[in-house]
Design a protein. Sequence first.
Length: 282
Amino acid sequence: MLLSESTMKVVTQRNDLKGWISQGDHLSQSKPTWSPESSRFALADSMGNIHIWDLNHRDRSQTIPYTGTPAMPLISYLAWSPDGKYLAHGQVSAQDQSYSGRLQIIEITNGNSSEQYMGLHGRVTSLDWSPDSRYLAVGSNEGDVQIWDNKAPDKPRYTYSSDKSGRDGAKLRWSPDGKQLAITSDYGHIVLWSPFTNKRADLEPKSPSSLSDLAWSSNGKYLAALGDDGITFWDLVHSTPTFVPYVNILAVRWQDDNRQVIIVDQYNNTSTLARPDDSSEK
């Protein structure tokens, strides 16, 4: 799935949506989120309504109206659960930068949603579902992280606070086994947090730049961190980083062999890059 998500018409620039979306949709600054089977993608408009397009029929298949408050232009963050049943929708006011943001968890089949006040110190900047679709991790622009339990969504189940955050806030990625979160911090730092045991480990940066994307290998042994000036590959077994200079990259994802990553540049071109310490081990 990681391969198809990155290579199958990954839409990271709004111009790539021409021919799919009409000018009247008033899309927010959200990026598309893909369904697990990569046949549908979702985007939110500036008023918080979510639109789902079907690649097989090249048409909009569903619109889920925004039911929360306040009614103001929104910037949205979306995340599709791995089981395909839910969309997480984090909202930030496009006008009021002090607005702390809200969260909706939407059931795709019927469009039902629950609105929850986040209570984060800052605005929502990142969402990521655990591999079993039970837990939703939410990051803020001030580095705080909350984990919501989809089976008991009254309040966050686990919380993590940091006095440091990157330029664009905390970015999050669950490990393949669902036991750890990789969290970006300031100047290239990464924290590996185990919310269920509250243990943490700090990965010191190889290159001190703001991080915009993270990707775990499927075996959980390697982590790729995308910065302004390149990609840092972490061997998590030996806690050793290797830095590879690279510019103008928007996203990074591992291939299934755990030996190469797919990188997506600013023009949506894709290419592969071998892990610097590549060996025959998989």
